[in-house]
Write a protein that binds this ligand. Structure first.
Ligand SMILES: *[C@@H]1O[C@H](CO)[C@@H](O)[C@H](O)[C@H]1NC(C)=O
Ligand SMILES: *[C@@H]1O[C@H](CO)[C@@H](O)[C@H](O)[C@H]1NC(C)=O
Ligand SMILES: *[C@@H]1O[C@H](CO)[C@@H](O)[C@H](O)[C@H]1NC(C)=O
Ligand SMILES: *[C@@H]1O[C@H](CO)[C@@H](O)[C@H](O)[C@H]1NC(C)=O
Length: 356
């Protein structure tokens, strides 16, 4: 079964270059679009129109991912008539893959997403982000709140304007003092020269630790400074989570293999340099507190993006309703506890005041 999928996929890869293979349900291949945004990068995104009276949901994925991360949400909400906008984020899938880290400044990526919303004529979307997609959702809330009805953050919560104010080395020392390990130490390897090729050469090892069954491995072998590079270089294998089937894993791996990691790792290079810190200086301070409904889906077994810190930030920075759900899950809540996440999001969305 798996070998058939892999064969089908290499055929798709040969014919489709770097876009989502044409036949990946629940995505309807005729609903993908490409837009050359204002700054001249082409974005590839899924656009499923809303039924009358239903809002559009905008889903932003993180690292290491593509729009395919949202397959369970696309299936669930598309069938209920919700509009969907699901881009491949900058560096991934069918979207442009610039190699200059400066291109990944969150203010610029936020503008790209707004260009897509403008092209689609969308004014009052429900914005949903996971991982670095939650960071961009945070910046969209800061820079362009007029485009959104509400915000949902998954695993990574609302990321405040001062989140990256400490230089990387100080951040590591601060987390080590509190947690006993540097929970963002892996940024060092991800932003180092040659990391992209090391990951590509050991993709199974990388996927095992990125999607682990037992997230305690991330405390010893992923997060602390100097650990993830050794893990991958040595080709270590651990049991992956069964929330990604072997067939889905083959698809995810192929999508990332096609695009390579040089572009995606720029999401980290902006953090270990001053690019992100400098960019965030431009956030309007009056928009630091969110004045729209917020949903936070916390991942209680995520030892990198720590639920407690994001719950505290959400409580301090919400000036409308705040809905928090805590999941017995690792980082990938939209996959690992998909049914709970879908039904909690649906209940929250049904309770929103929507002007559609
Ligand atoms: C896919 O979208 C097209 C265009 O809207 C539509 O005609 C077609 O019925 C859809 N296919 C499925 C399987 O829903
Ligand atoms: C996108 O637009 C830029 C100019 O803004 C142009 O240089 C580039 O060729 C366009 N890309 C594509 C694929 O059309
Ligand atoms: C971080 O901690 C290390 C080890 O204690 C120390 O050598 C280094 O100077 C510290 N760096 C910063 C920026 O505080
Ligand atoms: C929250 O909103 C109220 C008015 O609804 C306002 O008085 C208060 O200053 C706001 N708080 C913050 C932190 O923005």
């Amino acid at each position: 079964m798996l070998s058939r999928v892999v064969l089908a996929l290499s055929f798709a890869a040969a014919t489709l270059a770097t876009s989502l293979p044409a036949d990946l349900p629940p995505f309807n291949s005729s609903l993908f679009k490409d837009l050359n945004v204002t700054r001249g990068f082409v974005y590839h995104y899924y656009a499923s129109p809303a039924d009358a009276g239903k809002p559009t949901l905008v889903f932003l994925h993180g690292f290491p991912s593509t729009s395919y991360d949202w397959r369970h949400q696309v299936s669930f909400f598309q069938d209920k008539g919700y509009g969907l906008i699901v881009p491949d984020m900058l560096g991934y899938g069918g979207t442009a893959k610039p190699l200059d880290p400066e291109a990944y400044a969150p203010s610029l990526i936020s503008r790209d997403i707004v260009d897509i919303l403008d092209a689609e004529g969308l004014q009052q979307s429900v914005l949903i982000g996971h991982d670095w997609g939650a960071k961009i959702a945070s910046r969209l809330a800061n820079y362009f709140p007029q485009y959104f009805n509400s915000y949902a953050f998954l695993a990574v919560g609302y990321t405040t304007p001062n989140s990256f104010a400490l230089p990387f080395s100080e951040q590591n020392n601060a987390s080590r003092a509190v947690l006993g390990y540097e929970n963002f130490g892996y940024w060092d390897f991800f932003s180092s020269d040659g990391a992209d090729q090391i990951i590509l050469d050991n993709l199974d090892s990388f996927f095992d630790i990125a999607f682990p069954k037992d997230t305690v491995f991330t405390i010893k072998d992923f997060a602390p400074l100097g650990t993830i590079g050794d893990f991958i270089r040595n080709g270590r294998r651990i049991t992956p989570g069964d929330f990604v089937t072997p067939e889905e894993r083959a698809i995810q791996m192929e999508l990332l293999r096609q695009g390579g990691f040089a572009a995606p790792l720029n999401w980290y290079k902006i953090l270990t340099t001053s690019i992100e810190r400098d960019d965030d200086q431009g956030i309007p301070s009056e928009n630091a507190v969110l004045k729209k409904p917020v949903f936070f889906g916390a991942a209680l077994r995520d030892y990198v993006a720590l639920a407690a810190t994001f719950i505290a930030a959400a409580l301090q920075n919400s000036n409308d309703t705040l809905t928090i759900h805590q999941y017995d899950s690792g980082h990938w809540v939209q996959l690992e506890v998909k049914d709970e996440v879908n039904s909690d999001l649906l209940q929250w969305i049904e309770g929103l005041k929507l002007d559609v």
